[in-house]
Design a protein around this ligand. Structure first.
Ligand SMILES: Nc1ncnc2c1ncn2[C@@H]1O[C@H](COP(=O)(O)OP(=O)(O)OP(=O)(O)O)[C@@H](O)[C@H]1O
Ligand SMILES: [Mg+2]
Length: 253
């Protein structure tokens, strides 16, 4: 499981994020970006953040530390902005905390990551079908001169069809990925080497360990997926099958 902390103060909403994330202080004296369970597409976005962010970390990509953060009702009570107060009230309980990187700035190409690191990030996005790393929305921060990957909530989109269609990993396993708009495509190095590194790192045991980090409560049941354990198995199965079928979505495989 991820570390578990409690929000002690809501500092400010982050107006630039589509899902209206905010900044909070927490019981461990840390400052975090909070991704709300009550925002937009709900819990699945938080699940994607954890799974894809932790897969990235195991590939050696820099990702801010994550934790599960409890949002107590008292914090919502004192928020003056009505829109923010509604979101806080809709998000009481367990949310996602992402370590706040103070003084970071959005990637603008002026400080490019090393070629192998860029290739690993392009590979991650192809593997997890993350279309959210383009020039329009780079979702890369530069902090202490290094690139940090954020915002993986839109990746592994397959789980959004589970409520209506149940889990079937065959489509996601072979879904092509278009890297032409990727923010790092021009600076990425050897893509075949990135694939070899990632395939060696992401063993079934590692994928299982990553999926185990998601709190049970975020794993909503779906047809054929009645328990958190069944949902976890479905995530591991989808990721494993995509890895086995890399030649369908990764030219350099
Ligand atoms: N860990 C962090 N440290 C510092 N700033 C951050 C962090 N996470 C996010 N931000 C800032 O907040 C913005 C919004 O965050 P993020 O992209 O995760 O939210 P979102 O609502 O999913 O956004 P989007 O509009 O891309 O869908 C980022 O572009 C960045 O400027
Ligand atoms: Mg973003």
């Amino acid at each position: 499981m991820l570390p578990h902390i409690t929000a002690t103060r809501f500092v400010t909403p982050l107006r630039e994020g589509g899902s209206l994330p905010g900044i909070v202080e927490a019981s461990d004296c840390g400052t975090y970006v909070i991704k709300f369970r009550g925002a937009g597409q709900g819990l699945k976005v938080l699940v994607a953040e954890v799974i894809v962010g932790e897969v990235a970390r195991r590939l050696g990509i820099r990702v801010p530390t994550m934790a599960v953060i409890d949002l107590p009702a008292a914090i919502a009570r004192y928020e003056a902005d009505e829109e923010v107060q509604d979101l806080l009230n809709a998000s009481l309980g367990r949310n996602l905390a992402v370590d706040f990187l103070p003084g970071s700035f959005g990637y603008d190409g002026s400080r490019t990551p090393p070629a192998d690191e860029a290739a690993d990030i392009v590979w991650l996005d192809a593997f997890t079908a993350n279309v959210d790393r383009t020039w329009a929305n780079p979702n890369l921060l530069v902090w202490h001169r290094e690139a940090w990957a954020i915002d993986h909530g839109a990746a592994i989109w397959f789980h959004h069809s589970w409520p209506s269609r149940g889990a079937d990993s065959s489509r996601f396993a072979v879904q092509p990925f278009d890297t032409s708009e990727h923010v790092l495509k021009d600076v990425a190095g050897d893509l075949a080497a990135a694939h070899r590194r990632a395939s060696a790192a992401l063993t079934p045991a590692v994928l299982t360990e990553v999926v185990a980090l998601v709190p049970d409560e975020w794993l909503e049941p779906a047809p054929g997926l009645d328990t958190p354990e069944a949902v976890r198995t479905a995530y591991v199965e989808h990721l494993s099958r995509r890895l086995e079928n890399a030649s369908a979505w990764w030219e350099a495989a």
